[in-house]
Design a protein around this ligand. Structure first.
Ligand SMILES: [Zn+2]
Length: 222
């Protein structure tokens, strides 16, 4: 398997957060299929700062710099998945202070996904990923984190097999490619439900209950 030459480019509806790869969607005149907003300037996703980092990581991978690829790639993966959690919280009406506090109380990305994600969406991250066609993603990503952590913290994780070699680097790149598509799928399922555009008051709820009642494509029941 060969990683993509660069990060995919998506366009984002600023009204509801819907993301699309369709070049026609980039045009401000194209109405958003989710919230019907038109005449709005679409934003690029991933944003330029992430795209720049992604570019550099792919460069390191091609140069055979496997250690840097794994460490930076794992960091970008975490940033991406953290972003999606943050967007889901924002879609639930949580303001920046609440989101910051919540993320502070749960530090590790693995715990954030296993504890916050089901609270917010009503489904386990693993199940959501599987439903969107990425059944192996959570497990493979966990493995990469273990390898990275074993290296960084110099902890004898006895059950961790693997090193920061080119095999792990390739695995990180493949996961990164998948993460963008997974991000967009999770976003369109749990964030871009058009609630804000319809002018409904945001719910300051950190649990899925209230949001499910009125969302046209609400979270799947557990
Ligand atoms: Zn929209």
């Amino acid at each position: 398997m060969t990683p993509a030459a660069k990060a995919p480019l998506f366009w984002e509806c600023p009204s509801c957060g819907y993301l699309s790869k369709d070049p026609a969607f980039a045009d401000a005149k194209t109405p958003c299929p989710e919230c019907r907003a038109s005449g709005v300037t679409k934003r690029r996703f991933p944003p330029d700062t992430q795209r720049l980092l992604d570019d550099r990581i792919r460069g390191y991978y091609r140069d055979g710099e496997s250690q840097i690829t794994v460490i930076l790639g794992a960091a970008l993966l975490e940033a991406l998945l953290e972003d999606i959690l943050d967007r889901i919280m924002a879609a639930h009406g949580a303001d920046i202070a609440i989101r910051g506090t919540l993320l502070d109380t749960v530090r590790a990305i693995g715990q954030r996904l296993s504890r916050l994600f089901p609270d917010l969406t009503g489904v386990e991250f693993e199940d959501a990923a599987a439903e969107l066609g990425y059944r192996d993603f959570p497990k493979r990503w966990r493995k990469v984190r273990q390898i990275r952590n074993a290296f960084i913290h110099d902890t004898p994780y006895r059950d961790v097999e693997g090193a920061l070699d080119q095999t792990t680097a390739l695995e990180v790149m493949v996961l990164l490619d998948q993460a963008y598509t997974l991000f967009v799928s999770l976003n369109n399922k749990f964030v871009a439900d058009g609630r804000r555009h319809r002018g409904e008051a945001p719910h300051v709820s950190l649990h899925g209950g209230t949001a499910e009642d009125d969302a046209p494509k609400g979270p799947v029941e557990p």
